[in-house]
Design a protein around this ligand. Structure first.
Ligand SMILES: *Cc1c(COP(=O)(O)O)cnc(C)c1O
Length: 467
């Protein structure tokens, strides 16, 4: 068969629009959108035929046989939501690529309540005049962090940028070489520093920085001393870092503000659940640093936001910086943040806040669920699957508690008719998509991040693939 013969067999867009299978799409979406979906499917097939080597042309004939299903699938993809829920079976709780913290129902309700109509976002109901959008969370943040003042922006990267630009533009900021971090590819201390207009002064070495290194680097041009939480890595072995207390004392003595980028920002004591080494924001402030910045959607368990807490004198200046207009937090986020912060005062945050609940769920409970899931897999798929309940190591993610492996439980599955990589890929394309890891040549479902009830979705996804 010739390429031209195959190409001639492709229907026109108008022809496909007339297929009765297109009826369901045409009833819900515009003719133009459906036509675009059809066109892209036809273009794909056409390209594949045109690029085929002569000896491959014969096999391309099957594209034509399967054309109807291919077009329907493509139109379905074209007309469905692009941003959609997925099942996270990776065991990484604060997964940046999967949207970090899931929100509490209370936070979601407030988002709807506040955004479906008007609100007092920037209106002072007492005075009957213009108010401040930041006032809605100020009290809560001050209370929870034991801080003199508080401020919120779009995310922690914005918070760091705003602080550097406000206090250190055209001047110097001292940072340890051990803290020259990159997070998620796009947040790098040297780059943020450059954008802010501040000059970076690196001190110490990768593994050791002494107080004297900071002290020796201070000049008339020093505007700020910055300490950064190393977040996603640890320097271990022959190391020395300067504590917040020591830096605060130095800053005090030399009259230079000290800033701490805490990254994930724990509002409560994590050591009570066995997570060591993540001091709370209030403890960090007690060390004497002037202000601390952190994210809203990492250990705090709220929406994406950047939070700045600490000395009023510095935060006042940040509020007045015009850059702030470009970094400001929106009302949906504020609504979710206020509701999340209130949960810390209303009851047990380990129960009320999904991120904290996922992190602290007992491995015994997870094992019970793994056993049930494993039995269900056997029941549904018989000898086509070989599920094993295994001990796993979940992770916090989000640059928090980086070294800590959280003992967990999961189900590791081998498939009779599929390679694990094939299953991993197919699960990504199912509805809802399921994100899994392939470990030891088997597909691993880590129970720590699978919400109770989502097992059903995984089973139907596996059925859909034809396991
Ligand atoms: C995560 C992190 C950031 C970036 O925070 P975003 O809220 O993602 O902008 C900055 N600094 C540290 C130390 C972090 O851990």
């Amino acid at each position: 068969m010739e390429k031209q013969d195959l190409l001639r067999k492709l229907p026109s867009v108008d022809e496909v629009l007339g297929w009765h299978e297109m009826g369901t799409f045409l009833r819900s979406f515009s003719r133009e959108l459906v036509a675009d979906g059809i066109r892209s499917a036809l273009d794909n097939v056409r390209q594949e035929i045109l690029q085929a080597l002569d000896e491959e042309v014969e096999t391309k004939a099957k594209l034509i046989t399967a054309l109807k299903n291919f077009i329907i699938e493509n139109v379905r993809k074209y007309t469905s939501y692009h941003l959609k829920p997925v099942i996270n079976a990776t065991g990484v709780v604060i997964h940046t690529n999967l949207g970090r913290s899931p929100l509490a129902p209370e936070a979601l309700e407030r988002v709807i309540e506040i955004s479906k109509g008007y609100s007092n976002l920037e209106y002072d109901l007492e005075e009957g005049k213009r108010g401040s959008r930041y006032s809605h969370v100020e009290y809560l943040l001050k209370k929870l962090c034991q801080a003199e003042d508080a401020f919120v922006v779009n995310n922690n990267a914005s918070a760091v940028l705003l602080a550097l630009n406000t206090l250190a533009r055209d001047r110097e900021v001292i940072v340890s070489r051990g803290e020259m971090i990159e997070i998620g590819g796009s947040f790098r201390i040297p780059e943020i520093m450059k954008i802010s207009g501040a000059r970076l002064v690196e001190v110490g070495t990768t593994n050791k920085t002494h107080l004297k290194d900071y002290e020796d680097a201070i000049t008339e041009d020093t505007a700020l001393i910055l300490k950064v939480h190393p977040s996603n890595y640890r320097v271990v072995g022959f190391t020395r870092e300067v504590s917040l207390e020591e830096l605060s004392e130095l800053g005090n003595r030399k009259n230079i503000p000290v800033m701490y980028d805490a990254g994930s920002g724990a509002l409560i004591d994590f050591s009570e659940k066995g997570f060591a080494g993540e001091p709370t924001i209030s403890v960090a402030l007690k060390s004497g640093v002037d202000f601390v910045t952190f994210s809203g959607d990492k250990l705090l368990g709220g929406p994406q936001a950047g939070i700045i807490v600490g000395a009023k004198s510095y935060i006042e200046r940040m509020k007045k910086n015009h850059l702030n207009r470009a970094l400001r937090i929106d009302k949906l986020t504020l609504a979710a943040l206020e509701a999340t912060l209130r949960l810390y005062l209303e009851g047990d945050p380990w129960v009320l806040i999904p991120t904290l609940r996922l992190l602290s769920e007992s491995k015994e409970k997870l094992k019970k669920r793994s056993l049930a899931f494993s039995r269900k897999l056997r029941k549904e798929f018989g000898n086509k699957v070989d599920p094993q309940v295994v001990t796993t190591e979940a992770r916090s993610g989000g640059g928090a508690l980086p070294e800590i492996r959280i003992p967990s439980s999961g189900v590791s599955v081998a498939f009779k008719n599929f390679e694990p990589q094939e299953v991993e890929k197919a699960l990504r394309h199912s509805e809802p998509p399921v994100i899994v890891l392939v470990q030891n040549d088997r597909v691993l479902f880590d129970m720590r991040t699978i919400f109770p009830g989502e097992e059903k979705g995984i089973i139907s996804a596996l059925k859909e693939i034809g396991v």
